[in-house]
Design a protein around this ligand. Structure first.
Ligand code: PLP
Length: 368
């Protein structure tokens, strides 16, 4: 529709609308100009693996050596590597719904079976302990935690993390921790890496992260996993046969990113917090729309089930209606196993947030 010149407000994209910080770009350009354009070791250049290992200790309290860090073409790639090396056919992996849909597909691609534990919007999308416990079977291989979460923006409290860690130790499960949104936290929340809960927990944890969201580097394709050594080695071997190294000069950009002072991303984080407040206020002012304030990431996942009924039966139909009638793009919650909701990314300007939500309010009025 945009290509046809139609003015669509898009809440669809999961990427920051900021430029990559200049020192990162300069480092990559310098690398190209100095001929750093050849193969590198498949698991990444030693300089970057060391910088990641130091970052994980400094910021997250995680002790992984550089050999335990496998640099990849994005966190998505690292999740894929993880599933491929961990999962045997029929193995189950517990996902807390609503979840990023890629997880389920990547589990299936590895021959595994996603087992879903639902977390309600009333609970702020925090899963209940009993539900997690009941989901464990003899076939359970791993449990995945994504905090802050895409699509809900939920941040798992320390208690929940401790429960998950205790279950992993008790039943010999792996914990796959996708921490890609760790720096996008609001209301003074502090990030908790599940692997920091103790050496035994770290021995069962694969920590995944990347540069896309924190440094606005979505197009660069750079991420990493840190894992117990046998898993890291398996991932390195696997990656060696699939993609080889992530792009050489992009890795130099990654080294520069990890040298930036934490203050360099504060302006972006603060802007997201202001947008979070704005979109939460606007959405909850619409009669029947319910949501709690998300504590992290850049997504709102309001409950719009009050508008589902005779004419529009599902969140998918509602998203289509909003696109056709209001020229607003959202993502249906059912994509994330969160039916009755729609996801709005607020990685767009405040003016567009105001315009888009006003259009949604108008369109919903017509079907109330
Ligand atoms: N993990 C989550 C939860 C995401 O939402 C995304 C992107 O939307 C990714 C990973 C992908 O990150 P990357 O760009 O590093 O592959």
């Amino acid at each position: 529709m945009q290509a046809e010149g139609i003015d669509v407000v898009s809440f669809g994209a999961g990427e920051p609308d900021f430029n990559t910080p200049e020192p990162i770009c300069v480092a990559a350009i310098d690398a190209i100009n100095s001929g750093f354009t050849k193969y590198t070791p498949s698991a990444g250049i030693p300089e970057l693996r060391k910088a990641v290992s130091e970052k994980l200790e400094r910021e997250d309290g995680l002790k992984y050596t550089p050999e335990q860090v496998i640099v990849s073409c994005g966190a998505k790639h690292s999740v894929f590597n993880t599933m491929q090396v961990l999962i045997d056919p029929g193995d189950e992996v517990i996902l807390i719904a609503p979840y990023w849909m890629t997880y389920a597909d990547q589990i299936r691609l590895a021959g595994g079976v996603p087992v879903i534990v639902r977390a309600s919007s009333e609970s702020g999308f925090i899963p209940e302990y009993d539900h997690l416990r009941e989901a464990i079977s003899e076939k359970t291989k791993a449990i995945l935690v994504n905090s802050p979460s895409n699509p809900s923006g939920a941040v798992l409290p320390r208690e929940t993390m401790k429960h998950i860690a205790a279950l992993a130790l008790r039943f010999g499960l792996w914990i796959i921790a996708d921490e890609i949104y760790e720096h996008l936290l609001y209301d003074g929340e502090k990030h908790l890496s599940v692997g920091s809960l103790g050496a035994e927990v770290l021995d069962r944890t694969i920590t995944i992260n990347g540069f896309s969201k924190t440094y606005s580097m979505t197009g660069w394709r750079l991420g990493y996993a840190a894992a117990p050594l046998p898993i890291a080695k398996a991932m390195s071997n696997f990656q060696d046969q699939v993609t080889s190294n992530p792009t050489s000069f992009v890795q130099k950009g990654g080294v520069a990113a990890l040298k930036l002072p934490p203050t360099s991303i504060e302006a972006m984080r603060a802007e997201f917090e202001a947008r979070r407040d704005l979109i939460h206020g606007l959405l909850t002012a619409i009669p029947g729309v319910k949501m709690q304030k998300p504590k992290g990431a850049f997504y709102a996942l309001p409950d719009i089930s009050a508008y589902l009924g005779k004419d529009i039966k599902s969140d998918a139909e509602l998203a289509t209606y909003l696109l056709d009638e209001a020229k607003v793009a959202t993502v249906p919650g059912s994509v994330f196993e969160g039916s009755g909701h729609i996801r709005l990314s607020y990685a767009i300007s405040r003016a567009d947030i105001e315009k888009g939500v006003a259009r949604i309010a108008e369109a919903l009025k017509r079907i109330a």
